[in-house]
Write a protein that binds this ligand. Structure first.
Ligand code: GDP
Length: 194
């Protein structure tokens, strides 16, 4: 998270592969193409770091990075349009087990494209997080693509959608990996999580 101090640790395909739950963990989730890799790269100051998670074969793994004394976890973009049912089911089972069973998981950042707002798959993961009682915080991405009023409309809509979710952290973060907006704020939030 911390420039030059983030390393890829491992990709996990089963609960038995999780690293020991011995430190604070934060997680990034979002639909494919939401800008998750760009955001993780901007946060860590390491271009290409999160690309590891987007390479074929890595897309159905829970990808762990170490950053100073915390784990940063990259969940693959959900909503695999073309994956076989068995693959999707296996992945959903792992995701559920991980989110419900990981004691040290402090917060999930749910990324939502500022232009598109929360979609059905975002609602699904937010409901899963509600039932697992894992706090999540919405991070709107690509805010540079929207101007003033449009951004406000999108923000209001997302805020209204969050009202239904007890596990939602009330503050929504606005980010642009392209312009760097919100990156320092997000970094500080992560550093402050205990
Ligand atoms: P991922 O699939 O969620 O990892 O998404 P990527 O990080 O690969 O980004 C998907 C696309 O959106 C790429 O073409 C990026 O260049 C673009 N993108 C990502 N973040 C931003 C942003 O903050 N602003 C703009 N304008 N484009 C972005």
């Amino acid at each position: 998270l911390f420039a030059g101090e983030t390393e890829f640790l491992k990709g996990v395909v089963a609960m038995s592969g999780l690293p020991p739950a011995d430190r604070v963990e934060v997680c990034f989730a979002g639909r494919s193409n939401v800008g998750k890799s760009s955001l993780i790269n901007a946060l860590t100051g390491r271009k290409g770091l999160a690309r590891a998670s987007n390479t074929p074969g890595r897309t159905q793994e829970i990808n762990f990075f170490t950053a100073r004394d915390i784990y940063v976890v990259d969940l693959p973009g959900y909503g695999f349009a073309n994956a076989p049912v068995a693959v999707v089911e296996k992945w959903q089972r792992l995701l559920k087990q991980y989110l419900q069973g990981r004691q040290t998981l402090r917060r999930v950042f749910v990324l939502i494209d500022a232009r598109h707002g929360a979609k059905a798959v975002d609602e699904e993961i937010m409901s899963l997080l509600d039932s697992a009682a894992v706090t999540f915080q919405v991070v709107m991405t690509k805010t540079d693509k929207l101007k003033g009023e449009a951004l406000k409309v999108s923000l209001d809509k997302t805020r209204a959608a969050l009202a239904k979710h007890p596990a939602a952290y009330p503050e929504i973060l606005l980010t642009s990996s392209e312009k760097g907006d919100g990156i320092a704020t997000l970094r500080a939030i992560i550093a402050g999580i205990e």
